[in-house]
Design a protein around this ligand. Structure first.
Ligand code: KIV
Length: 264
């Protein structure tokens, strides 16, 4: 399928069925997830900073990191639309945004995602004018948690809902095909979805309030036990399985006392 067909298929889902997006940062995960046929969009999220690279948040992720992981995911040749996150400060100006987005497309992404609403409208317009599809990201913006007062729920006051509506209108007017709505009160997320023709993708914004949902892969499979967000949809316990496998293998290497290492 061409990128255009994938985007068309995704946008046709509005009001018909939930759109499913999941992060992937490497080849085997991307390939396994894609083989399920259940995932519409794979996101090489900058959450890889925490989930894979061991940083405390996403603000240390660089374009080089994203290119490296986007290339790995692209080698899986997914049927799902491959979206790559633009890390912080790689889209500070429209010109820089175009340059960074082109690099991610050259690495194998089919669309890019960037955080912000009205503040990044010109960057989004500039990227889309080169033919690159963009997914917006409003609500809680992890790249700006230090300035924005931490990981708190958005859309709690009328004023905050107004800001969210303004941001969604701004990214919609700039031409995004979809927008992530992160950590926003459920009622506000539902209002945003009803007011927009773009596919809204919720995370931590209530269930059934958006056109689709996105999860971080490690949250889904219980692969990062040191921090589990309250909205994690955990459907497996891989961290326990990994530890159990390592322990079982180490135990299996212990020879009975009568056996020497040469096997005699
Ligand atoms: O980086 C990421 O994983 C994301 C999702 C939380 C939407 O941006």
């Amino acid at each position: 399928m061409t990128t255009t067909e994938k985007i068309r298929a995704i946008t046709a889902c509005k009001g018909i069925r939930p759109v499913v997006q999941l992060t992937a940062y490497d080849y085997p995960t991307a390939r396994l997830l894609d083989e399920t046929g259940a995932i519409d969009m794979l996101l090489v999220g900058d959450s890889l900073g925490m989930m894979v690279l061991g940083y405390p948040d996403t603000t240390s992720v660089t374009l080089q990191h994203m290119l490296h992981h986007t290339e790995a995911v692209a080698r899986a040749h997914p049927q799902a639309l491959l979206v790559a996150d633009m890390p912080v400060h790689t889209y500070d100006t429209p010109q820089l945004a175009v340059q960074s987005a082109k690099a991610l497309i050259a690495a194998g992404a089919e669309a890019v995602k960037l955080e912000g609403g009205a503040a990044v409208q010109e960057q989004i317009r500039a990227i889309i004018s080169t033919g690159i599809p963009v997914q917006g990201h409003i609500g809680l913006l992890p790249q700006h948690i230090k300035e924005d007062g931490g990981y708190r729920m958005r859309g709690k006051t009328d004023e905050e809902v107004e800001t969210l509506l303004r941001d969604l209108r701004a990214v919609e007017a700039a031409g995004v095909f979809s927008a992530v709505i992160e950590c926003t009160r459920a009622e506000a997320a539902a209002q945003l979805t009803a007011s927009s023709s773009v596919i809204t993708i919720g995370i931590g914004s209530g269930h059934g309030t958006c056109d689709g949902e996105v999860q971080v892969f490690h949250d889904l499979v219980g692969g990062f036990p040191w921090f589990v967000p309250r909205f994690a949809a955990q459907h497996a316990h891989t961290s326990q399985d990994i530890k159990a496998a390592a322990q079982a293998w180490a135990k299996s290497l212990i020879l009975p006392p009568s056996t020497t290492l040469s096997g005699q």
